[in-house]
Design a protein around this ligand. Structure first.
Ligand code: FAD
Length: 555
């Protein structure tokens, strides 16, 4: 039986990372030049890791299946990235970010990792600003913040509704610099199909060149998987369809432990399913809950248009049930509450599986403030709406546009209809404090690992974790492992372990191609995803899990 050792450093929580950095082994600059590192995945976690390791002197080979790292799924992230900067002077601190994350994750995350995450969060923002990431700024020029669910402070840095895209462009520029100086060799359109274990250590991968179809062998002294989450097992999710979990699944088959696989996040604010031919769901960023109010009619099966339902016949159920957090309760709470209201017959829209997210009062509030600022005395209702609409558009314009394009409704005039959807996977490959899996030499970063979010991730903390792992954690911890490899020399791809891994990948491809079936891959994906959604969604209770299949949450 394997015994897991999380290698959490001794000492008080707040000193662990500092002490660890001071005492772990290092690889000197000359030795780094003879060490190869494979980074699979060039989203935020992978691009930041590959760029940082190359900058430090390691020889890096980076892989992604897209035509460019710029198209990693990280680009979809909308709302923002957390950091304990306390720019708003609203009582934030490293401890508070740590505590919120632990509490939001239902006390199931590894505390030492989360404290480190909160500590380095402040460095991430400085790093990204230095790269030129255009975070939103206040009138005076300082970086602006907004709030996300499960917290009572404003600590979320954002670039309109395109934060992931802008952060990824920052990481991509750092990566491109290393590609151009020759420290990173970039393999686009390559899909990793297996990890190669040589004498018990991860020493390479088998990748398929997606342009030629050929299998290739790549060796290194360590392999980093930064390959994202597995939300697509539910078929319909907010994830890119390409996020296919092959890499972590293959690593699991090679013996890497998967932790908390049942911990999937259902995001409360997505555009409801509209038909049978959909392959993807669209997220409406959590940032919209900053100003939007969520409600359903007080009467069951109410067929009136939302604008025809008077205030006192609306149930702002989150504000009613959770007055301290209101509409900004954590995602799991908001999702369960929406489902409960719809199941009880209060849902809206054609399917009755939706609730309203309403901006009418935010538009009025912002409009009045703006009119005051402009010194307009007794502005008309129309003028207030006009001014308020401008403010809302400046904060959330691209999200409103996206909603209007998909649904045909104008969200400035009528409330949006939203419903929970699969969004993020807190589970992933098990890693120790150094982000190494139980397979020596196989490190796992970003959404692909399990460590920081427990049973529920708070909004705006996945970007924080991906960049923390890539820019600030693995550049330290990898050296501790590689210190044993300074005399190893390059790893041969002629080792029998590579023969065996390539043969098994080829055999599997041959097996699949020779089935001669009549149904597409998507057909099976959809059928299996439906089982997952029907049997496992919102299942906080183990009895519901048992009715699906024998998967139990791991603590
Ligand atoms: C719509 C949406 C909005 C979001 N908004 C926010 C937000 O506002 N704030 C926040 O904190 N989080 C947000 N998230 C979550 C966050 O975007 C992700 O958790 C995070 O970006 C994941 O980054 P990553 O680097 O771990 O993985 P990814 O960005 O998914 O990158 C995975 C990489 O691995 C590569 N890859 C995967 N498998 C293989 C393989 N077998 N071979 C080769 N390459 C492979 C891919 O090519 C890609 O380069 C959002 C998520 C979604 C879906």
């Amino acid at each position: 039986m394997s015994v897991l050792n999380s290698k959490i450093p001794a000492g008080p929580l707040a000193d662990k990372w500092k002490n660890h950095k001071n005492s772990i082994r290092l690889v000197n600059p000359a030795n780094k030049r003879s060490i190869d590192v494979i980074v699979v995945g060039t989203g935020l976690a992978g691009a930041s890791a590959a760029a940082s390791l190359a900058e430090m002197g390691y020889k890096v080979k980076a892989f992604c299946f897209q035509d460019s790292p710029r198209r990693a799924h990280s680009i979809a992230a909308q709302g923002g990235i957390n950091a304990a900067k306390n720019y708003r002077n609203d009582g934030d601190s490293v401890h508070r970010l740590f505590y919120d994350t632990i509490k939001g994750g239902d006390y199931r995350s590894r505390e030492a990792n989360v404290h480190r995450l909160a500590e380095v969060s402040v460095n991430i923002i400085d790093q990204c600003v230095a790269q030129g990431v255009p975070f939103a700024r206040e009138y005076g020029g300082l970086l602006d913040n907004r709030s996300f669910g499960g917290v009572q402070v404003s600590r979320t840095f954002y670039a309109k509704g395109q934060t992931g895209q802008q952060l990824l462009l920052g990481a991509y520029s750092a990566l491109s610099r290393q590609v151009s100086v020759g420290q990173v060799k970039m393999y686009h359109r390559h899909e990793m199909l297996d990890v190669v274990m040589v004498e018990g250590k991860a020493r390479g991968i088998i990748a398929r060149n997606l342009v030629t179809g050929e299998l290739e062998r790549h060796s290194a002294h360590a392999v980093l998987l930064c390959t994202g989450g597995y939300g697509n097992v539910f078929f319909l999710s907010t994830n890119a369809m390409g996020s296919n979990v092959t890499a972590t699944w293959k690593a699991h088959r090679k013996g890497a432990f998967f932790a908390n696989p049942s911990f999937t996040q259902i995001h409360p604010t997505c555009i409801p399913v509209s038909g049978d031919y959909q392959s993807k769901l669209t997220l409406m960023s959590e940032s919209l809950r900053n100003d939007g109010r969520i409600w359903v009619p007080k009467k069951q099966n109410d067929e009136r248009r939302p604008v025809d339902i008077p205030e006192d016949e609306r149930d702002y159920y989150l504000e009613r049930r959770y007055p301290a957090f209101g509409n900004l309760v954590p995602r799991d709470v908001a999702s369960r509450a929406a489902k409960e209201r719809c199941d009880a017959g209060y849902g809206v829209g054609q399917s009755k599986m939706a609730v309203y997210l309403d901006y009418a009062s935010a538009i009025q509030r912002y409009g009045t403030l703006e009119a005051n600022k402009l010194g307009e005395i007794q502005p008309s209702a129309q003028r207030i709406t006009e001014l308020g609409t401008q403010v809302v558009a400046s904060k959330y314009g691209n999200l409103f546009e996206m909603y209007a394009k998909i649904t045909g409704d104008n969200p400035y005039e009528t409330p949006m209809r939203i419903y929970p959807a699969v969004h993020y996977t807190m589970g992933g490959l098990w890693v120790d404090y150094n982000l190494m899996s139980n397979l020596p030499g196989l490190f796992v970063l970003g959404e692909a690992n399990f460590s920081d979010h427990g049973a529920n991730r708070l909004g705006a903390s996945a970007l924080m974790q991906g960049l923390a792992d890539g820019y600030f954690v693995v550049p330290y911890t990898l050296g501790d492992y590689l210190a044993d490899d300074i005399r190893t020399g390059s790893i041969s791809t002629q080792d029998p372990a590579f023969d065996e891994a390539e043969r098994s990948v080829q055999d599997q491809i041959n097996r699949l191609m020779s089935i001669g079936g009549s149904k597409s891959v998507d057909y099976f994906h959809k059928a299996l995803g439906k089982i997952m959604w029907e049997k496992f969604k919102h299942c906080a209770k183990s009895s519901m899990l048992r009715s699906g299949c024998p998967v139990r949450p791991t603590k």
